[in-house]
Design a protein around this ligand. Structure first.
Ligand code: CO
Length: 206
């Protein structure tokens, strides 16, 4: 059932080599991506493809509903390596509208282990109950929660000690919050970019 994937791979590698004979040799020597991408595991939101980046150009961490939980060793390991070793210049948290994880967090059903993973999103929905309740259309309400979730994860990343320490030693590093539309293929910048401690206070004061 997966044999065609291996065949695809052979074609892909051959095509890459034809276009750029040094491509794999160069990448094998060193990876120096400029970006860290924190996105959803959803198969429809592949990091490299939707922003037109080649292998080697973006360090990627994906999980259900693009979470950046301050106690998650997997995410923290990625963050520390990206900031301190790779020294990425931009960290981009990218959510997407219609996110199944976000929707499942507030649908009142029990899903199992994932309910614990999604607990932080349920908390956001509680905190912003009034704002969300004022949105009549259920789809629009879910999409607003998708946006709020991205903003909260940007706050998590930007307040993390790895990032705060990078800013303290004047390392250039900016954290962004984006959201992707499955319907149009387009990304919207949620305008919560933070590139330092002052920025953080300005964006997240309230
Ligand atoms: Co999703």
């Amino acid at each position: 059932m997966v044999a065609h994937l291996l065949e695809n791979n052979r074609h892909w590698a051959a095509a890459r080599l034809e276009a750029d004979p040094d491509f794999f040799a160069r990448l094998a020597r060193q990876q120096r991506p400029r970006y860290l991408w924190i996105g959803c595991s959803d198969s429809r939101v592949p990091a490299n493809q939707i922003v037109g980046l080649d292998p080697g150009e973006v360090f990627v961490h994906r999980n259900v509903a693009n979470q950046a939980p301050p106690q998650d060793a997997n995410y923290l390991s990625v963050l520390q390596f990206a900031v301190e070793v790779l020294q990425v210049r931009d960290i981009i948290v990218t959510g997407h509208y219609g996110c199944g994880g976000v929707i499942a967090s507030v649908d009142g059903e029990r899903h199992g282990l994932i309910d614990h993973w999604l607990h932080p999103i349920r908390r956001i929905a509680e905190e912003r109950r009034e704002e969300l309740a004022a949105i009549a259309d259920p789809g629009a309400r879910q999409n607003r929660l998708c946006e709020l979730n991205v903003v909260r994860q940007v706050e998590n990343v930007a307040s993390d000690v790895f990032v705060q320490d990078a800013w303290a030693r004047d390392q250039a590093l900016c954290v962004h919050g984006w959201i992707y539309s499955l319907h149009t293929g387009l990304i919207t910048d949620l305008q919560v970019s933070v590139s330092g401690r002052d920025d953080f206070d300005r964006v997240f004061a309230s």
